[in-house]
Design a protein around this ligand. Structure first.
Ligand code: GLN
Length: 197
């Protein structure tokens, strides 16, 4: 299995490390040709405006859109913003492939970062340690988007729409590989669907 990690800016090395721990060799994606024959793609956290600017510069916007339209793609934090259809800002380049509305920097400036344990149904009984760094929240989801995790106040911080996965927090920073395992399973399921159907 080949999983790409968009390596323009942000926390891509941390994702690569967890993938290696799971026995998956990551592929760094910086140019359109790096997307060829990947089974899935992770768009890391960082700064979504910078990731967008660099993606435009490297001619990656359309190739990434095409990839994310059919292959498993997971955005964490800035990556979630990059996947979203609506971020309430017109001038920032985004892929606009996932039917979610997102509020950037939703936790304000003072409380930039925090960690909290989240109960996530498909991760089992053990709470997931979630690290939020100048994180966004999902303020609305269209029908067909499944909410995977909410904060105690109901704000949505993880969602899935078919082969698209989005987390407002950083599962690559805690050493808990359950989200990465989940993504690997998503890829296997997609592959089964493609080969049998
Ligand atoms: N605040 C950043 C943005 O708007 C996201 C922060 C992160 O990825 N940790 O892109």
């Amino acid at each position: 299995m080949k999983i790409g990690v968009l390596a323009l800016q942000g926390a891509f090395i941390e994702h690569e490390k967890i993938l290696r721990d799971l026995g998956v060799t990551p592929v760094e994606v910086r140019l359109p040709e790096h997307l060829a024959d990947l089974d899935g793609l992770i768009i890391p956290g960082g700064e979504s405006t910078t990731i967008g600017k660099l993606a435009v510069e490297f001619g990656l916007m359309e190739p990434l859109r095409r990839f994310a339209a059919e292959r498993p793609t997971w955005g964490t934090c800035a990556g979630l913003i990059f996947l979203a259809k609506n971020i309430g800002i017109d001038r920032q380049p985004i892929l606009g492939v996932m039917d979610i509305t997102v509020n950037r920097n939703a936790f304000g400036r003072q409380v930039d970062s925090f960690a909290t344990d989240l109960r996530i149904r498909m991760m089992g009984e053990v709470p997931f340690p979630a690290v939020f760094i100048r994180a966004p929240v999902i303020t609305a989801v269209a029908p067909g988007v499944e909410v995977l995790a909410e904060l105690p106040d109901g704000r949505i911080v993880a969602a899935q729409q078919g082969h698209l996965l989005a987390t407002a927090f950083h599962p690559e920073l805690t050493g808990d590989s359950r989200f990465h395992r989940y993504f690997v399973e998503m890829i296997k399921n997609e592959e089964n669907l493609r080969t049998t159907g």
